[in-house]
Design a protein around this ligand. Sequence first.
Ligand code: MN
Length: 211
Amino acid sequence: MENMYYPFVNTPLPYDYSAMEPYIDEKTMRLHHDRHLQSYIDGLNAALADCPSLQSLSLVQLIQASVRLAGTYHDKILNNAGGVFNHRLFFDGLANPADKPPQGELLKAIERSFGSYEGFCTEFKRAAMSVFGSGYAWLICGRSRLKITTSQNQDSPVRRGYRPLLCIDVWEHAYYLKHYNMRADYTDDWLSIINWDEAGRRFADCTQPCE
Ligand code: MN
């Protein structure tokens, strides 16, 4: 992930807006990256402009520091720093065609943790469906095995020190134009375009401390 420090810029997608067709449509990708993510970039820069003591912290450190901030700053920093980090992880985690399942050590860890790749898909879909309202489902590194977890709004497991491998954005803006209110269909489509190479690189870094 690039541009981890203030001032934040909306780094381009690592692929064309239409690259995830037909699973995620071009219009959704444009709105999602250029407007939704941009609004978190702008909100984070505005909050930090008023708070010079936080400007030297990395994106992950900002999310973790947010819990110690008072009232409005807690919300502004967590919502916007989380919004930037979570969206970047989501977009970086997509690849089309994703014609190969996870490989190597990551596949072994998935099989240890969920029984099989199919077991992972079933459990991950259940988690994505369980988020009430807006949020994310995540594949994260636990202490001894991989775990699936969820978060509300723009909270992020990095706030609690976990290292995420993948996430699905289940805010309605991520799928409403194409899938309407059918989150299950969107989740099935997302499972078809997981960038397992990226997840594998993140898994290999799991022994490193968070940035
Ligand atoms: Mn989103």
